[in-house]
Design a protein around this ligand. Sequence first.
Ligand code: AMP
Length: 505
Amino acid sequence: MIKNVIEKIDQIAQEDPNLLAYDYLGKENTYGQLKKRSDEWANKLIQSNIPDGEPIMVWGGQTFEMVACFLGCVKSGHAYIPVANYSNVERLAMIHDVSKSKYLIIIDSTPDIDLPNVTVITPDEVGHDDAPISKDRYVKDDENFYIIFTSGTTGKPKGVQISHANLLSFLNWEISDFKLPTNPIFLAQAPYSFDLSVMSLYPALTTGGKLVVMPHHVTQNFAELFKVLPTLKFNVWVSTPSFAQMCFLDKTFNEQGHPDLTHFLFCGEELPHTEAVMLRKKFPDSHIYNTYGPTETTVAVTGVEITDEVLDKYDRLPIGRVKPDTQITIDTSKGDKEGEGEIIITGPSVSKGYLNNPEKTEKAFFKREGEKYPSYRTGDAGFFDVDMLFYRGRIDFQIKFNGYRIELEEINFYLSKNELVRYGVAAPKYNKDHVVKQIVAEIELKDGVKRKYSEGELTKMIRDQLSKDIMPYMLPQRYVYKNSLPISQNGKVDIKQVIKEVNEK
Ligand code: AMP
C-alpha cells in the first residue's frame, strides 16, 4: 500500500535511476531524471517565496517537463492547476479569476495574455539546484495535490480540489483491484487538465511503470493518429470509450498490431455494449474494465471487468462494484423508476469541494452525521442490482460529448449573451447507444435580426463569438433558428422540452 505519492516516486528513482519513466513520441526520460528535474522545480518555487498553500497554474502540453513541474509543485508544498495549452486564453483568465492564483508556470506554447499581478515562471528560469527537498514541505494529508477545472453552469469553470489523501485512496485501489501487470506501461492520452489522465499518471509512476504519451495534437488529427498509434508499445490502455472507438478505424488496432496490450481501463462516459463486443473480438485475451466516477471523487469509484458473461447478461453494461473504502447510496427521491435515483458517493476520495466557491460546494457536497468523509451528489441517475451499480443518464444538464464533460447551461449562458440572440439552448442529440453524437444549438433570435442576415452569416457570427468564450470541444455543430423556443411554467426556456424535441426528429 502506498502511503506517500511523492516519496514512492522518489524511492523508485533512488533504487533504479535508469529505469524509464516517460516516452513522449520516442523522447525518453528516466526516473532519475524525473527526480532531478522535479527537485530543481521545487527549489525554484521555494526560492520564489510563493505564499504557503497557494496553488500554481501550470500551462502546457503532455511533455516530461510538465510532469516534472507538477511534482516540483507538490514537493514545494503547492497544488498545481493543470491548464492544457490548447485552451483559449479566456479560459485561463477565468481559471485565474476563480483560483486567485498569482503564479503561472508556462511550460510551452506561451498564451497570448497578460494576467495582471501574476508572476510568470518558465522552465529556462529553473536552475540546476537539485538539493533534496525537506519532506516537511511536501503536500500531505488533506492538503490539495491538484485542482482540476471542469465546466460550470454559470459560465465560470469550477475548480475541484483533490488532496493527497483523496489521490492515495484512488491510487491504492487502482493498483490493487485491476490485476495490472508488473511494471505496467500505460498509454497516457488524456491531457493533464482532465482527471482521466490521473488513471495513467500516478499508477504508472508509483509502481515503476512507464507512460507512453499520445499527445493532444496527434489525437486531433486522424492521419497523425493512425501513423503514431501502431508504433506505440504499451500494455495498459486508458481512455474514454469515444477515443477507443475512434481508434477502431485503424486496421492495426487489434491483438496482432498490439501484442503487448493486455488491459483496457475505460472511464468518463458510457461504454456501449456494441463497443465492448468489438473490443473482445479485436483483443480476445485482454481484460476490459468499465469504471465510473466524477472528477469530484477522484477519477473513479466503481469498476467491473467486462467479460463475455457480463456481455451476455446485460444489454446496457454495469459501471461496477464500489471500491472497498467507499460507500454509494441511491437517493430515490430524485428518480422516476423504482430503485433508481441519484448516485451519492461517500468516502476518502471525495473532494473537500470547489475552490473559492462555497455556494456550489454546498449544493453538491455534504457531511452525514457521524461520518468521517464528505458525500458528493453526482447528478447521475443509477441503481443497484445487488452490489452492481448501473448508470442511467443525468438528472441535470451535464453531458459527455466525445469524452468531454460539458454543462449545457454554460453554452446556453454564452449563447444567450450574444447580442443577436434572445434565447439559446444547446441540446444533445443521442444515438441508440445513449451516446451524444451532436450538440444542436436551438436559437430564438432577437426581433428584426432574421431580416438582416442569412442563416449562414448568423451561424458564423454566433459561432465565432462562442469560440472566444468556451472550449472548442463545447461548440455546437448545428444551429437551428426557431420563431420561438418552448417556455416552461416559471417563464424560462424549457430546456428539457427542447432536448426532447431535438431527439424526436
Ligand atoms: P468527469 O468529472 O469528467 O470524470 O465526468 C464525470 C461524469 O462522467 C459522471 O458524473 C458521469 O455522468 C459520467 N461517467 C463517468 N464514467 C462513466 C461510465 N463508466 N458510464 C457512464 N457515465 C460515466
